[in-house]
Design a protein. Structure first.
Length: 476
């Protein structure tokens, strides 16, 4: 067997374990990049948006309940909201005077600063949607503060104004804490990812490495190689497939060896005979016409046998290579069967064989006549070869609605159940074959190849000790 030639693309030169490891590490890095981006870069932005949303939601809740609640209930609601959202709440009347204030924050921008509240009221009235949202630096603490303002009641003719104020606690310190934590987590996890992925990738690649080694053994022609697919399902499937391929290769290998042995044996016998009889004519019977003719007859028969064998080998190789095309013609099947049976007349008379033919009504069929002739010939030939002591062979034509069934029956030993699958195989030959009629061990393989090419059904029924019936059906 030829060594396997390996063709690698640039990409396929990277081992699987390294690839898995690379993907895993890349994935981990990606996760960390995202984490760092969100936690460090976008944190401030995110925090501000959350705060603004918190303030506008709170304002909406307070504004919605303003008219419906009495002052005690309103105070309770505002206290709750202010506490939950870290807010200063200021309610102004329509002139901008403070009528209510709630202070949760230590540092409140609007609380008790009448002048500034008037400015905000003006800003709310001037703004298009009567809402203001500002980020203002608190001059006292230097912190950024969020200021949110809106109208209460009808926005065109407001009953009053609502101002909310919340401190935007600088996230810088939080970021640096998170950064430190993240650095430790990142370092730990990268090391962990590195180790885990290394371990994982090895585990995944190991069965494949093992199977590859076994496959190399198989490629060297060792058909006893075991494929170990432990690990995971795909490895097991691969190992099973290779085990199956190994069995098939081994079978074909044995068959091929058998064929060479059979063919060379079959060629040697006629060749030895040819040489022996030619020498006999030269040395002994050359001058004796009767003896000479006898010897010449044997030489002619053996030559026929040789050429039949060579023809079979050539036919089969042509059929199997797909180079043979069908040449369908129309002909009467009954007369064709009679004609083929007629060809066995010589041997039947000489050796006492009896071929019974049960024809049905003549039916025209359309197929490659030369090849179907060969099928029928091979089946009758085998029946004669393998029939029992009574030397009877039965050929039947049975017309059906969808074609013509042809059966060839003998009274021989029959074929064992497990052999039936094998007899149509190329190179298969039972050990106890008789050699009375020319046969090459390829007869049934040719039958199978021709019938498959036509798309016809075929098969064999056999009872041990009673005989076999080979059949095929010519489709209408
Ligand atoms: P050959 O007859 O030359 O050995 P074939 O391909 O025609 O080769 O047949 C293959 C094998 O199938 C035979 O060796 C024989 O074992 C079996 N076989 C074929 N025809 C019959 C039959 N009619 N009865 C019993 N066995 C048969």
């Amino acid at each position: 067997m030829k060594p396997i030639k390996r063709i690698h693309s640039a990409n396929s030169r990277i081992p699987l374990k390294f690839k898995i490891w690379m993907y895993f590490v890349a994935f981990t890095i990606m996760v960390f990049v995202l984490l760092w981006l969100f936690q460090i870069l976008f944190l401030e932005n995110f925090y501000e948006r959350m705060k603004t949303k918190g303030a506008s939601d709170s304002a909406a809740t307070i504004a919605a309940s303003y008219d419906d609640l009495d002052s005690e209930e309103l105070d309770e609601l505002i206290s709750k909201i202010a506490l939950e959202n870290d807010l200063c709440v200021e309610i102004l009347d329509r002139y901008g005077r403070s009528v209510y204030s709630k202070k949760v924050l230590g540092d409140c921008l609007i609380h008790g600063r009448e002048n500034s509240t008037y400015i905000y009221v003006r800003m709310i009235s001037d703004s298009e949607d009567h809402i203001i949202k500002y980020k203002i630096k608190n001059p006292r603490s230097n912190y950024d503060m969020l200021l949110y303002g809106c109208t209460l009641g009808d926005s065109e003719n407001p009953e009053g104004y609502l101002l909310l104020n919340s401190a935007l606690v600088p996230v810088g310190s939080t970021v640096s804490i998170i950064k430190r934590q993240l650095m430790i987590i990142t370092a730990l996890l990268i090391v962990a990812a590195f180790i885990i992925s290394l371990f994982l990738s090895r585990r995944i690649a190991r069965p494949i490495d093992r199977i590859t080694k076994s496959a190399e053994e198989l490629a060297k022609g060792n058909f006893n190689t075991k494929f170990d697919g432990r690990g995971y399902l795909e490895a097991k499937q691969l190992a099973d497939t290779l085990t199956y391929a190994e069995k098939e290769l081994s079978r074909v290998d044995t068959m091929q060896r058998d064929l060479i042995a059979n063919v060379s044996h079959d060629l040697r016998t006629p060749l030895t005979m040819l040489k022996a009889y030619a020498e006999m004519i030269r040395d002994l019977s050359g001058d004796n016409p009767k003896k000479r003719n006898e010897h010449l007859e044997i030489i002619i028969n053996e030559t026929d046998r040789l050429s039949a064998m060579v023809n079979d080998i050539l036919d089969l190789s042509k059929l199997e290579s797909g180079r043979q095309k069908l040449e369908p013609t129309e002909f009467g099947i009954s007369s064709k069967l009679s004609e083929i049976i007629g060809r066995f007349k010589g041997i039947s008379e000489k050796m006492g064989y009896n071929i019974h033919f049960a024809p049905d009504e003549e039916r025209m069929v359309r197929c490659d006549v030369v090849k179907i002739e060969q099928v029928i010939y091979n089946l009758i030939n085998n029946a004669i070869n393998y029939t029992g002591e009574d030397k009877q062979v039965y050929v039947r034509q049975i017309n059906c609605s969808d074609g013509v069934l042809i059966e060839v029956e003998d009274t021989g030993d029959g074929i064992e159940e497990d052999k039936i699958k094998l007899i149509f195989d190329k190179y298969y030959r039972s050990e106890n074959h008789k050699r009375e009629v020319i046969g090459t061990g390829l007869g049934l393989s040719i039958v199978k190849a021709v019938l498959k090419l036509h798309g016809y059904d075929y098969g064999v029924r056999s009872t041990l000790g009673k005989g076999s019936t080979f059949w095929f059906k010519i489709n209408a």
